[in-house]
Write a protein of this length. Structure first.
Length: 137
């Protein structure tokens, strides 16, 4: 074999060959460690897109405006106490709130509603991309 300097192995000293062998072994070890890290990353399950994102407290009044007029729904069931129905599209809202002195305007869709024991309601929204400019028809 010929090395990068053009020297044939048969012309190298034993010490030079051992040095070269040790460097090659170190390079192999480094590469094996990198491969192991990459394999570990590849074998990890993909993050769940529905996984709960970190929360931070928000002490702010929020204004929100629904941008729908009449929503068509399909009835699921009904009792003397209430009705359950299903809608085919997201219920989108525009909202504005202040956080640490800065005003935020966001668009979001309703993803859950919970009635609290004291009678209040808690609503969960998911932020979505801004709608296209101009009126929708």
């Amino acid at each position: 074999m010929v090395d990068s300097m053009g020297n044939k192995d048969s012309e190298k000293s034993k010490e030079a060959l051992l040095d070269e062998l040790n460097r090659a072994r170190q390079n192999i070890s480094t590469l094996e460690a990198k491969v192991a890290i990459m394999e570990k990353r590849l074998n990890q399950p993909a993050p769940d897109p529905k996984a709960r994102k970190p929360r931070e407290q928000l002490q702010s009044d929020i204004e929100f405006i629904a941008d729908f007029d009449v929503v068509e729904a399909r009835g699921i069931d009904m009792s003397d106490g209430g009705v359950c129905f299903e809608v085919e599209r997201n219920l989108a809202f525009d909202m504005r709130f202040r956080l640490e002195g800065e005003v935020y305007e966001k668009r979001a869709t309703l993803v859950w509603v919970k009635r609290l024991p004291e009678g209040n309601y808690r609503l969960g929204f998911e932020f979505v991309a801004e709608p296209p400019e101009g009126p929708e028809f």
